[in-house]
Write a protein that binds this ligand. Structure first.
Ligand code: 5GP
Length: 214
């Protein structure tokens, strides 16, 4: 399928500020739609079904997985998460840009199916900063915090698989860099050639004429 839109996958360890950055990006850029994942995790206070996630029971999730409803899925911290295939397909058909907030396992699966998908890794300025953020944020007990830190460090071992690294030290700088990755993705040759059909036809004619002269 020729896909003119951009598919952006944002991956980060928890504590890197991924959701804040993605939300700010979505506010600034009306051309991007956020993929709302399905999950078996319980909603957190303030989360709304259909907005942050589609909250499913494990039975529902597994039935949809079996039916092939997910473009990708993964088990993260003991819960299932998955991206709706039909939603992605309709976005692709309409040439809409999409952003997926997923983990490294999901990003790897999507890149295998849709090679033009762009993998952006959001990083903290240092491991110490990440640990500090997780410690300050959590109202949890020590064991849970240590589990989070360990999971965040595990996520970081997949940095080399990403296409772009955005370091979230200063929020505004990181947001601006994220915007620039989006812009660069929209300027990719294949997207531009499909978007600018008339120019593409002219260029094709020029190419044909040049080849004849050889
Ligand atoms: P949380 O439960 O804190 O919102 O998310 C936990 C982790 O699951 C995060 O790393 C998040 O990016 C990831 N995640 C959320 N939705 C999906 C999804 O649809 N697929 C995959 N593979 N990971 C997801």
């Amino acid at each position: 399928m020729t896909y003119t839109g951009s598919m952006l996958m944002v991956v980060a360890p928890s504590g890197a500020g991924k959701s804040s950055l993605v939300n700010a990006l979505l506010k600034q850029d009306a051309g991007i739609d956020l993929s709302v994942s399905c999950t078996t995790r319980a909603p957190r206070p303030g989360e709304v079904n259909g907005r942050e996630y589609n909250f499913l029971s494990e039975t529902e999730f597994l039935a949809r997985k079996e039916a092939g409803d997910f473009l990708e899925w993964a088990k993260v911290h003991g819960n299932y998460y998955g991206t709706s295939k039909s939603w992605i397909e309709s976005q692709m058909k309409n040439g809409r840009d999409v952003i997926l907030e997923i983990d490294w396992q999901g990003a790897r699966q999507v890149q295998a199916i849709i090679p033009q998908a762009i993998w952006i890794f959001i990083l903290p300025p240092s491991i110490q900063a990440l640990e500090d953020r997780l410690l300050h944020r959590a109202q949890d007990d020590e064991a849970t915090i240590q589990k989070r830190v360990a999971a965040a460090k595990e996520e970081l071992t997949h940095v080399a698989e990403a296409d772009y690294l955005v370091i979230n030290d200063d929020f505004e700088t990181a947001l601006s860099e994220l915007n620039q990755v989006v812009l660069a993705s929209r300027l990719r040759k294949n997207s531009q050639l499909v978007r600018h059909q008339k120019l593409t036809q002219e260029l094709t004619q020029e190419l044909g004429a040049a080849n004849k002269q050889k």
